[in-house]
Design a protein around this ligand. Structure first.
Ligand code: NAD
Length: 500
Protein backbone atom coordinates (compact mmCIF):
# COMPACT_ATOMS: atom_id res chain seq x y z
CA UNK A 1 0.00 0.00 0.00
CA UNK A 2 1.18 3.51 -0.85
CA UNK A 3 2.57 5.62 1.96
CA UNK A 4 -0.11 8.24 2.63
CA UNK A 5 -0.33 10.85 5.38
CA UNK A 6 -4.00 10.90 6.30
CA UNK A 7 -6.11 12.75 8.88
CA UNK A 8 -6.65 12.36 12.62
CA UNK A 9 -10.27 12.90 13.54
CA UNK A 10 -11.88 12.03 16.85
CA UNK A 11 -8.74 10.20 17.93
CA UNK A 12 -8.75 7.92 14.88
CA UNK A 13 -6.60 7.89 11.77
CA UNK A 14 -9.10 8.46 9.01
CA UNK A 15 -8.55 6.61 5.75
CA UNK A 16 -8.98 8.85 2.83
CA UNK A 17 -12.13 8.80 0.83
CA UNK A 18 -11.13 11.86 -1.16
CA UNK A 19 -9.33 11.48 -4.43
CA UNK A 20 -7.08 14.52 -4.15
CA UNK A 21 -3.53 13.84 -2.96
CA UNK A 22 -0.20 15.62 -3.28
CA UNK A 23 3.40 14.39 -3.50
CA UNK A 24 5.70 14.83 -0.51
CA UNK A 25 9.42 15.02 -1.37
CA UNK A 26 12.69 14.25 0.34
CA UNK A 27 14.47 17.51 -0.58
CA UNK A 28 17.94 15.98 -0.25
CA UNK A 29 17.28 13.32 -2.91
CA UNK A 30 14.47 14.97 -4.85
CA UNK A 31 12.45 11.74 -4.58
CA UNK A 32 8.74 11.50 -3.88
CA UNK A 33 8.58 9.58 -0.62
CA UNK A 34 4.86 9.66 0.13
CA UNK A 35 1.53 11.26 -0.61
CA UNK A 36 -0.47 13.58 1.58
CA UNK A 37 -4.25 13.47 1.49
CA UNK A 38 -5.91 16.80 0.69
CA UNK A 39 -9.05 17.00 2.81
CA UNK A 40 -12.38 17.83 1.17
CA UNK A 41 -14.87 20.23 2.72
CA UNK A 42 -16.79 17.21 4.08
CA UNK A 43 -13.72 15.78 5.83
CA UNK A 44 -12.91 19.13 7.46
CA UNK A 45 -16.54 19.45 8.57
CA UNK A 46 -16.24 16.00 10.17
CA UNK A 47 -13.20 17.23 12.12
CA UNK A 48 -15.07 20.36 13.23
CA UNK A 49 -18.03 18.19 14.33
CA UNK A 50 -15.68 16.00 16.37
CA UNK A 51 -14.16 19.08 18.01
CA UNK A 52 -17.62 20.51 18.70
CA UNK A 53 -18.80 17.25 20.29
CA UNK A 54 -15.70 17.01 22.50
CA UNK A 55 -15.94 20.59 23.75
CA UNK A 56 -18.56 20.37 26.57
CA UNK A 57 -16.75 17.60 28.48
CA UNK A 58 -13.27 19.05 27.87
CA UNK A 59 -14.40 22.53 28.93
CA UNK A 60 -15.54 21.03 32.23
CA UNK A 61 -12.37 18.98 32.75
CA UNK A 62 -10.38 20.68 35.48
CA UNK A 63 -7.30 22.66 34.39
CA UNK A 64 -5.02 20.47 36.58
CA UNK A 65 -6.25 17.37 34.70
CA UNK A 66 -5.61 19.08 31.37
CA UNK A 67 -2.18 20.04 32.67
CA UNK A 68 -1.38 16.38 33.47
CA UNK A 69 -1.80 15.52 29.78
CA UNK A 70 0.80 18.18 28.96
CA UNK A 71 3.28 16.75 31.49
CA UNK A 72 2.94 13.30 29.89
CA UNK A 73 3.21 14.78 26.42
CA UNK A 74 6.48 16.50 27.31
CA UNK A 75 7.90 13.14 28.37
CA UNK A 76 6.72 11.41 25.17
CA UNK A 77 8.12 14.16 22.96
CA UNK A 78 11.50 13.83 24.63
CA UNK A 79 11.40 10.03 24.28
CA UNK A 80 10.59 10.32 20.57
CA UNK A 81 12.84 13.29 19.79
CA UNK A 82 15.09 11.52 17.27
CA UNK A 83 12.19 10.00 15.41
CA UNK A 84 10.38 13.36 15.16
CA UNK A 85 13.52 15.11 13.92
CA UNK A 86 14.12 12.43 11.30
CA UNK A 87 10.61 13.11 9.98
CA UNK A 88 11.35 16.84 9.85
CA UNK A 89 14.67 16.36 8.04
CA UNK A 90 13.13 13.89 5.57
CA UNK A 91 10.44 16.35 4.47
CA UNK A 92 11.89 19.81 5.17
CA UNK A 93 15.59 19.10 4.57
CA UNK A 94 16.98 20.95 7.61
CA UNK A 95 19.94 19.45 9.47
CA UNK A 96 18.95 16.99 12.23
CA UNK A 97 20.49 19.12 15.02
CA UNK A 98 18.61 22.16 13.75
CA UNK A 99 15.40 20.11 13.91
CA UNK A 100 16.34 19.23 17.52
CA UNK A 101 16.53 22.96 18.29
CA UNK A 102 13.10 23.44 16.76
CA UNK A 103 11.68 20.54 18.77
CA UNK A 104 13.17 22.03 21.94
CA UNK A 105 11.21 25.20 21.30
CA UNK A 106 8.04 23.14 20.70
CA UNK A 107 8.54 21.39 24.05
CA UNK A 108 9.05 24.78 25.75
CA UNK A 109 5.49 25.64 24.76
CA UNK A 110 4.23 22.43 26.34
CA UNK A 111 6.09 23.37 29.53
CA UNK A 112 4.41 26.78 29.51
CA UNK A 113 1.02 25.12 28.96
CA UNK A 114 1.68 23.04 32.12
CA UNK A 115 1.12 26.30 34.00
CA UNK A 116 -2.50 26.48 32.86
CA UNK A 117 -4.11 26.43 36.33
CA UNK A 118 -2.07 29.50 37.22
CA UNK A 119 -2.42 31.16 33.82
CA UNK A 120 -6.20 30.83 33.84
CA UNK A 121 -6.63 32.44 37.25
CA UNK A 122 -9.05 35.33 37.13
CA UNK A 123 -9.35 38.60 39.02
CA UNK A 124 -11.47 39.15 42.13
CA UNK A 125 -12.75 42.20 44.01
CA UNK A 126 -14.72 41.87 47.22
CA UNK A 127 -17.32 44.44 48.29
CA UNK A 128 -17.41 46.53 45.12
CA UNK A 129 -20.77 47.66 46.59
CA UNK A 130 -22.65 46.73 49.73
CA UNK A 131 -22.58 42.90 49.85
CA UNK A 132 -21.52 42.90 46.20
CA UNK A 133 -18.50 40.98 44.92
CA UNK A 134 -17.14 41.06 41.39
CA UNK A 135 -14.77 38.80 39.49
CA UNK A 136 -13.47 38.15 36.00
CA UNK A 137 -12.78 34.69 34.67
CA UNK A 138 -11.28 33.50 31.39
CA UNK A 139 -13.49 31.02 29.58
CA UNK A 140 -12.58 28.91 26.53
CA UNK A 141 -14.00 29.90 23.15
CA UNK A 142 -15.08 26.47 21.80
CA UNK A 143 -13.73 25.06 18.53
CA UNK A 144 -10.50 26.77 17.51
CA UNK A 145 -8.27 26.15 14.49
CA UNK A 146 -4.65 26.54 13.38
CA UNK A 147 -3.06 26.68 9.93
CA UNK A 148 0.73 26.29 9.80
CA UNK A 149 3.66 26.76 7.37
CA UNK A 150 6.18 24.23 6.05
CA UNK A 151 9.27 25.59 7.76
CA UNK A 152 8.67 24.59 11.39
CA UNK A 153 6.52 21.43 11.30
CA UNK A 154 7.08 20.73 15.02
CA UNK A 155 7.38 24.17 16.57
CA UNK A 156 4.69 26.31 14.96
CA UNK A 157 1.73 23.96 15.60
CA UNK A 158 2.95 23.94 19.22
CA UNK A 159 2.70 27.75 19.31
CA UNK A 160 -1.02 27.10 19.00
CA UNK A 161 -2.78 23.96 20.07
CA UNK A 162 -1.21 23.15 23.49
CA UNK A 163 -2.30 26.53 24.86
CA UNK A 164 -5.68 26.36 23.13
CA UNK A 165 -6.54 22.95 24.57
CA UNK A 166 -5.09 23.51 28.02
CA UNK A 167 -7.37 26.57 28.21
CA UNK A 168 -10.34 24.26 27.57
CA UNK A 169 -10.87 24.66 23.83
CA UNK A 170 -10.91 21.96 21.20
CA UNK A 171 -8.77 22.31 18.09
CA UNK A 172 -8.51 21.50 14.38
CA UNK A 173 -4.96 21.74 13.02
CA UNK A 174 -4.20 22.08 9.30
CA UNK A 175 -0.43 21.56 8.88
CA UNK A 176 1.56 22.40 5.76
CA UNK A 177 0.98 19.89 2.98
CA UNK A 178 4.73 20.00 2.23
CA UNK A 179 5.82 18.77 5.69
CA UNK A 180 2.83 16.95 7.23
CA UNK A 181 4.32 13.94 9.06
CA UNK A 182 5.82 15.42 12.24
CA UNK A 183 2.69 17.42 13.13
CA UNK A 184 0.57 14.29 12.69
CA UNK A 185 2.90 12.07 14.72
CA UNK A 186 3.09 14.60 17.57
CA UNK A 187 -0.72 14.83 17.64
CA UNK A 188 -0.85 11.06 18.02
CA UNK A 189 1.57 11.32 20.95
CA UNK A 190 -0.83 13.81 22.57
CA UNK A 191 -3.53 11.13 22.44
CA UNK A 192 -1.12 8.61 23.95
CA UNK A 193 -0.58 11.19 26.71
CA UNK A 194 -4.30 11.11 27.48
CA UNK A 195 -5.89 13.80 25.34
CA UNK A 196 -9.51 12.65 24.82
CA UNK A 197 -10.70 11.94 21.26
CA UNK A 198 -11.96 15.01 19.40
CA UNK A 199 -10.05 17.55 21.50
CA UNK A 200 -7.26 17.78 18.89
CA UNK A 201 -7.98 16.88 15.26
CA UNK A 202 -5.56 17.10 12.35
CA UNK A 203 -6.70 17.55 8.76
CA UNK A 204 -4.16 17.66 5.98
CA UNK A 205 -4.98 19.70 2.94
CA UNK A 206 -4.76 22.91 0.99
CA UNK A 207 -6.95 25.94 0.26
CA UNK A 208 -10.18 23.88 0.29
CA UNK A 209 -9.50 22.76 3.88
CA UNK A 210 -8.46 26.26 4.95
CA UNK A 211 -11.53 27.88 3.39
CA UNK A 212 -13.80 25.41 5.17
CA UNK A 213 -12.26 26.39 8.51
CA UNK A 214 -12.63 30.08 7.67
CA UNK A 215 -16.30 29.83 6.71
CA UNK A 216 -17.71 27.28 9.18
CA UNK A 217 -19.62 29.21 11.87
CA UNK A 218 -18.67 26.63 14.53
CA UNK A 219 -15.01 27.69 14.40
CA UNK A 220 -14.57 30.53 16.89
CA UNK A 221 -10.95 31.50 16.39
CA UNK A 222 -8.18 30.93 13.84
CA UNK A 223 -4.41 31.15 14.34
CA UNK A 224 -2.36 31.34 11.15
CA UNK A 225 1.38 31.41 10.46
CA UNK A 226 2.65 31.64 6.88
CA UNK A 227 3.33 34.12 4.08
CA UNK A 228 1.92 37.65 4.16
CA UNK A 229 -0.49 37.42 1.17
CA UNK A 230 -2.13 34.34 2.71
CA UNK A 231 -2.05 35.86 6.22
CA UNK A 232 -3.90 38.91 4.93
CA UNK A 233 -6.48 36.69 3.21
CA UNK A 234 -6.97 34.58 6.36
CA UNK A 235 -7.37 37.70 8.51
CA UNK A 236 -9.86 39.45 6.23
CA UNK A 237 -11.93 36.32 5.52
CA UNK A 238 -11.90 35.03 9.09
CA UNK A 239 -12.82 38.35 10.68
CA UNK A 240 -15.51 38.98 8.03
CA UNK A 241 -17.02 35.68 9.22
CA UNK A 242 -17.02 36.88 12.83
CA UNK A 243 -13.98 34.93 14.03
CA UNK A 244 -11.14 36.02 16.24
CA UNK A 245 -8.01 35.83 14.06
CA UNK A 246 -4.27 36.17 14.59
CA UNK A 247 -2.36 35.85 11.31
CA UNK A 248 1.44 35.98 11.33
CA UNK A 249 3.06 36.68 7.98
CA UNK A 250 6.40 37.04 6.24
CA UNK A 251 9.55 38.94 7.08
CA UNK A 252 12.72 40.60 5.83
CA UNK A 253 14.80 40.97 8.96
CA UNK A 254 17.72 43.40 8.96
CA UNK A 255 20.83 43.24 11.14
CA UNK A 256 22.72 46.47 11.67
CA UNK A 257 26.48 46.10 12.13
CA UNK A 258 27.99 49.17 13.79
CA UNK A 259 31.65 50.11 13.32
CA UNK A 260 32.42 49.28 16.99
CA UNK A 261 30.90 45.76 16.87
CA UNK A 262 32.91 42.68 17.83
CA UNK A 263 33.25 41.79 14.16
CA UNK A 264 34.20 38.12 14.48
CA UNK A 265 31.33 37.33 16.84
CA UNK A 266 28.91 39.36 14.71
CA UNK A 267 29.92 37.48 11.57
CA UNK A 268 29.59 34.06 13.24
CA UNK A 269 26.14 35.05 14.48
CA UNK A 270 25.16 36.30 11.02
CA UNK A 271 26.30 33.09 9.31
CA UNK A 272 23.90 31.01 11.42
CA UNK A 273 21.08 33.53 11.07
CA UNK A 274 21.42 33.96 7.30
CA UNK A 275 22.19 30.40 6.21
CA UNK A 276 20.89 28.15 9.04
CA UNK A 277 17.89 26.12 7.88
CA UNK A 278 18.82 27.28 4.34
CA UNK A 279 17.41 30.73 5.16
CA UNK A 280 13.91 29.25 5.51
CA UNK A 281 13.11 30.89 8.87
CA UNK A 282 10.80 33.83 9.45
CA UNK A 283 13.42 35.17 11.90
CA UNK A 284 16.36 34.60 9.53
CA UNK A 285 18.61 37.55 8.71
CA UNK A 286 18.59 38.10 4.93
CA UNK A 287 19.79 41.74 5.12
CA UNK A 288 22.93 43.13 6.76
CA UNK A 289 23.12 46.91 7.00
CA UNK A 290 26.75 47.86 7.47
CA UNK A 291 27.38 51.29 8.98
CA UNK A 292 30.51 52.82 7.43
CA UNK A 293 32.67 51.73 4.50
CA UNK A 294 35.22 49.84 6.60
CA UNK A 295 32.50 47.92 8.41
CA UNK A 296 30.98 46.93 5.07
CA UNK A 297 34.33 45.75 3.70
CA UNK A 298 35.07 43.72 6.84
CA UNK A 299 31.62 42.09 7.00
CA UNK A 300 31.66 41.10 3.32
CA UNK A 301 35.23 39.74 3.43
CA UNK A 302 34.65 37.73 6.62
CA UNK A 303 31.30 36.27 5.51
CA UNK A 304 32.77 35.40 2.12
CA UNK A 305 35.61 33.52 3.86
CA UNK A 306 33.12 31.56 5.97
CA UNK A 307 30.93 30.80 2.93
CA UNK A 308 33.95 29.23 1.25
CA UNK A 309 33.98 26.58 4.00
CA UNK A 310 30.20 26.29 4.58
CA UNK A 311 29.23 22.63 4.58
CA UNK A 312 26.13 22.08 2.48
CA UNK A 313 24.65 18.58 2.27
CA UNK A 314 21.86 16.26 3.39
CA UNK A 315 20.32 17.22 6.71
CA UNK A 316 20.62 13.65 7.97
CA UNK A 317 24.37 14.31 8.41
CA UNK A 318 24.93 16.51 11.45
CA UNK A 319 28.34 17.57 10.11
CA UNK A 320 26.57 19.74 7.55
CA UNK A 321 25.75 23.38 8.30
CA UNK A 322 22.95 23.70 5.78
CA UNK A 323 20.59 21.35 3.95
CA UNK A 324 18.58 21.75 0.75
CA UNK A 325 15.57 24.00 0.01
CA UNK A 326 12.17 22.41 0.57
CA UNK A 327 10.95 21.77 -3.00
CA UNK A 328 12.08 22.14 -6.61
CA UNK A 329 9.50 24.92 -6.99
CA UNK A 330 10.97 26.85 -4.08
CA UNK A 331 14.51 26.22 -5.38
CA UNK A 332 13.50 27.71 -8.75
CA UNK A 333 12.02 30.76 -7.00
CA UNK A 334 15.10 31.41 -4.85
CA UNK A 335 17.53 30.84 -7.75
CA UNK A 336 15.35 33.19 -9.83
CA UNK A 337 15.93 35.92 -7.24
CA UNK A 338 19.71 35.41 -7.48
CA UNK A 339 19.47 35.82 -11.29
CA UNK A 340 17.32 38.92 -10.73
CA UNK A 341 19.81 40.47 -8.29
CA UNK A 342 22.53 40.21 -10.93
CA UNK A 343 20.21 41.89 -13.48
CA UNK A 344 19.35 44.61 -10.96
CA UNK A 345 23.04 45.49 -10.62
CA UNK A 346 23.89 44.18 -7.15
CA UNK A 347 27.36 42.64 -6.83
CA UNK A 348 27.13 38.84 -6.44
CA UNK A 349 30.09 38.16 -4.15
CA UNK A 350 29.21 34.51 -3.44
CA UNK A 351 27.33 32.47 -6.03
CA UNK A 352 25.80 29.16 -4.91
CA UNK A 353 23.83 28.54 -8.09
CA UNK A 354 25.97 25.78 -9.53
CA UNK A 355 26.30 23.85 -6.30
CA UNK A 356 26.12 20.04 -6.71
CA UNK A 357 26.86 17.14 -4.35
CA UNK A 358 27.86 13.72 -5.54
CA UNK A 359 25.15 11.20 -4.83
CA UNK A 360 22.52 13.91 -4.34
CA UNK A 361 22.40 15.37 -7.85
CA UNK A 362 18.58 15.55 -7.82
CA UNK A 363 18.35 17.27 -4.41
CA UNK A 364 17.18 20.88 -4.13
CA UNK A 365 20.58 22.21 -3.03
CA UNK A 366 21.63 25.82 -3.48
CA UNK A 367 24.95 27.00 -2.10
CA UNK A 368 25.21 30.10 0.07
CA UNK A 369 24.80 33.33 -1.92
CA UNK A 370 25.72 36.92 -0.97
CA UNK A 371 25.11 40.23 -2.70
CA UNK A 372 27.03 43.39 -1.84
CA UNK A 373 26.01 46.99 -2.65
CA UNK A 374 22.30 46.14 -2.60
CA UNK A 375 20.03 49.20 -2.95
CA UNK A 376 16.62 49.62 -1.28
CA UNK A 377 14.85 49.99 -4.66
CA UNK A 378 15.85 46.47 -5.75
CA UNK A 379 13.35 43.58 -5.63
CA UNK A 380 15.99 41.36 -3.96
CA UNK A 381 15.95 43.90 -1.11
CA UNK A 382 12.20 44.37 -0.91
CA UNK A 383 10.88 40.80 -1.29
CA UNK A 384 11.08 37.93 1.13
CA UNK A 385 13.28 35.40 -0.72
CA UNK A 386 13.28 32.71 2.00
CA UNK A 387 16.53 31.08 0.94
CA UNK A 388 20.31 31.23 1.57
CA UNK A 389 20.72 34.66 -0.04
CA UNK A 390 22.22 37.48 2.02
CA UNK A 391 21.96 41.11 0.88
CA UNK A 392 24.51 43.63 2.22
CA UNK A 393 23.40 47.27 2.18
CA UNK A 394 25.91 49.99 3.03
CA UNK A 395 24.98 53.20 4.86
CA UNK A 396 26.85 55.98 6.64
CA UNK A 397 24.96 56.31 9.96
CA UNK A 398 22.91 54.32 12.48
CA UNK A 399 19.94 56.60 11.80
CA UNK A 400 20.13 55.86 8.08
CA UNK A 401 20.13 52.13 8.89
CA UNK A 402 17.13 52.51 11.21
CA UNK A 403 15.21 54.58 8.64
CA UNK A 404 15.65 51.76 6.13
CA UNK A 405 14.25 49.21 8.58
CA UNK A 406 11.33 51.44 9.50
CA UNK A 407 10.46 52.02 5.83
CA UNK A 408 10.33 48.29 5.02
CA UNK A 409 6.87 46.72 4.74
CA UNK A 410 7.76 43.92 7.19
CA UNK A 411 8.57 44.35 10.87
CA UNK A 412 9.10 40.85 12.26
CA UNK A 413 12.62 40.78 13.73
CA UNK A 414 15.79 42.85 13.72
CA UNK A 415 19.03 43.19 15.62
CA UNK A 416 22.02 45.43 16.15
CA UNK A 417 25.65 44.43 16.71
CA UNK A 418 27.47 47.04 18.77
CA UNK A 419 29.46 47.61 21.96
CA UNK A 420 27.78 50.97 22.54
CA UNK A 421 24.97 50.82 25.13
CA UNK A 422 23.57 54.18 24.11
CA UNK A 423 23.31 53.16 20.44
CA UNK A 424 21.67 49.87 21.44
CA UNK A 425 19.18 51.57 23.75
CA UNK A 426 18.23 54.12 21.09
CA UNK A 427 17.70 51.21 18.68
CA UNK A 428 15.51 49.06 20.95
CA UNK A 429 13.49 52.09 22.03
CA UNK A 430 12.69 53.47 18.58
CA UNK A 431 12.85 50.79 15.91
CA UNK A 432 9.44 49.87 14.39
CA UNK A 433 9.82 46.09 14.65
CA UNK A 434 8.14 43.59 16.98
CA UNK A 435 11.12 41.43 18.08
CA UNK A 436 14.49 43.09 18.61
CA UNK A 437 17.93 41.70 19.42
CA UNK A 438 21.08 43.32 20.74
CA UNK A 439 24.05 41.18 19.73
CA UNK A 440 21.45 38.38 19.35
CA UNK A 441 20.70 37.59 15.71
CA UNK A 442 17.53 35.51 16.21
CA UNK A 443 15.59 37.20 19.04
CA UNK A 444 12.84 34.56 19.10
CA UNK A 445 10.92 35.12 22.35
CA UNK A 446 10.93 32.24 24.83
CA UNK A 447 7.61 30.53 25.49
CA UNK A 448 6.70 32.68 28.50
CA UNK A 449 6.88 35.83 26.40
CA UNK A 450 4.87 36.20 23.18
CA UNK A 451 5.95 36.15 19.53
CA UNK A 452 4.76 38.69 17.00
CA UNK A 453 5.96 41.14 14.41
CA UNK A 454 4.74 44.60 13.51
CA UNK A 455 3.52 46.11 10.26
CA UNK A 456 2.73 43.51 7.54
CA UNK A 457 4.27 40.68 9.58
CA UNK A 458 1.19 40.30 11.80
CA UNK A 459 -2.51 40.88 11.23
CA UNK A 460 -4.50 40.95 14.44
CA UNK A 461 -4.22 42.46 17.89
CA UNK A 462 -2.50 39.73 19.88
CA UNK A 463 0.85 38.02 19.37
CA UNK A 464 1.11 34.24 19.47
CA UNK A 465 1.86 31.93 22.44
CA UNK A 466 2.89 33.04 25.94
CA UNK A 467 0.60 35.46 27.81
CA UNK A 468 -0.99 36.75 24.57
CA UNK A 469 -1.74 33.14 23.57
CA UNK A 470 -3.76 32.58 26.74
CA UNK A 471 -5.72 35.79 26.07
CA UNK A 472 -6.27 34.83 22.43
CA UNK A 473 -7.79 31.45 23.29
CA UNK A 474 -10.02 32.67 26.12
CA UNK A 475 -12.67 35.28 26.57
CA UNK A 476 -13.22 37.31 29.67
CA UNK A 477 -16.45 37.07 31.57
CA UNK A 478 -17.07 39.47 34.45
CA UNK A 479 -19.57 38.48 37.11
CA UNK A 480 -21.06 40.83 39.68
CA UNK A 481 -22.88 39.12 42.51
CA UNK A 482 -24.84 40.17 45.57
CA UNK A 483 -25.83 37.92 48.44
CA UNK A 484 -27.85 40.35 50.55
CA UNK A 485 -28.19 39.67 54.25
CA UNK A 486 -31.70 38.70 55.26
CA UNK A 487 -32.35 42.04 56.99
CA UNK A 488 -31.37 44.07 53.94
CA UNK A 489 -34.35 45.45 51.98
CA UNK A 490 -34.00 47.59 48.89
CA UNK A 491 -36.53 49.60 46.93
CA UNK A 492 -36.53 49.84 43.16
CA UNK A 493 -33.55 51.80 41.89
CA UNK A 494 -34.08 53.84 38.74
CA UNK A 495 -30.79 55.63 38.64
CA UNK A 496 -27.70 53.92 37.16
CA UNK A 497 -26.04 51.66 39.78
CA UNK A 498 -22.94 53.16 41.37
CA UNK A 499 -20.53 51.81 43.95
CA UNK A 500 -22.51 52.42 47.11
P1 NAD B 1 2.23 29.66 2.93
O1 NAD B 1 1.58 30.96 3.20
O2 NAD B 1 2.42 29.25 1.51
O3 NAD B 1 1.39 28.47 3.61
C1 NAD B 1 1.02 28.50 4.97
C2 NAD B 1 -0.26 27.71 5.15
O4 NAD B 1 -1.31 28.33 4.40
C3 NAD B 1 -0.17 26.27 4.66
O5 NAD B 1 -0.81 25.44 5.60
C4 NAD B 1 -0.90 26.28 3.33
O6 NAD B 1 -1.56 25.07 3.05
C5 NAD B 1 -1.91 27.40 3.50
N1 NAD B 1 -2.18 28.12 2.25
C6 NAD B 1 -1.29 28.38 1.25
N2 NAD B 1 -1.89 29.09 0.27
C7 NAD B 1 -3.16 29.28 0.64
C8 NAD B 1 -4.27 29.96 0.06
N3 NAD B 1 -4.17 30.56 -1.11
N4 NAD B 1 -5.43 29.98 0.73
C9 NAD B 1 -5.55 29.37 1.93
N5 NAD B 1 -4.53 28.71 2.53
C10 NAD B 1 -3.35 28.67 1.91
O7 NAD B 1 3.63 29.67 3.73
P2 NAD B 1 4.79 28.60 3.66
O8 NAD B 1 5.50 28.72 2.34
O9 NAD B 1 4.32 27.26 4.08
O10 NAD B 1 5.76 29.15 4.81
C11 NAD B 1 6.71 30.14 4.61
C12 NAD B 1 6.16 31.50 4.97
O11 NAD B 1 5.73 31.51 6.32
C13 NAD B 1 7.21 32.61 4.88
O12 NAD B 1 6.61 33.74 4.34
C14 NAD B 1 7.60 32.84 6.34
O13 NAD B 1 8.09 34.12 6.62
C15 NAD B 1 6.29 32.62 7.00
N6 NAD B 1 6.47 32.31 8.41
C16 NAD B 1 6.16 33.28 9.31
C17 NAD B 1 6.34 33.05 10.65
C18 NAD B 1 6.01 34.10 11.66
O14 NAD B 1 5.99 33.77 12.82
N7 NAD B 1 5.74 35.33 11.28
C19 NAD B 1 6.83 31.80 11.10
C20 NAD B 1 7.13 30.83 10.15
C21 NAD B 1 6.94 31.09 8.81
Amino acid sequence: MANIVEHLINGQTVSVSETRQQDVFNPATGEVTKQVALASKTTVEEAISAAEAAFPAWRNTSPPKRMQVMFKLKYLLEQNADKICEMITDEHGKVHNDAMGELGRAIENVEFACGAPHLLKGEHSKNVGTSVDSWSEFQPLGVTAGITPFNFPAMVPFWMWPLAVVAGNTFVLKPSERTPSASMFMAKLAHEAGLPPGVLNVVNGDKEAVDTLLHDPRVQAVSFVGSTPVAEYIYSTGTANGKRVQALGGAKNHAIVMPDADMDNAVSALMGAAYGSCGERCMAIPVVVAVGEETGNAVVAKIKAQLDVLKVGPGSDNDNDMGPLVTQQHYDKVKGYVDLGVEEGAELVADGRNFKIEGYENGFFLGGCMFDHVKPGMKIYQDEIFGPVLCVVRVETQQEAMDLIDAHEYGNGTCIFTRDGEAARYFTDNIKVGMVGVNIPLPVPVSYHSFGGWKRSLFGDLSIYGPDGIRFYTRRKTITQRWPSSNMREGAAFSFPSNI
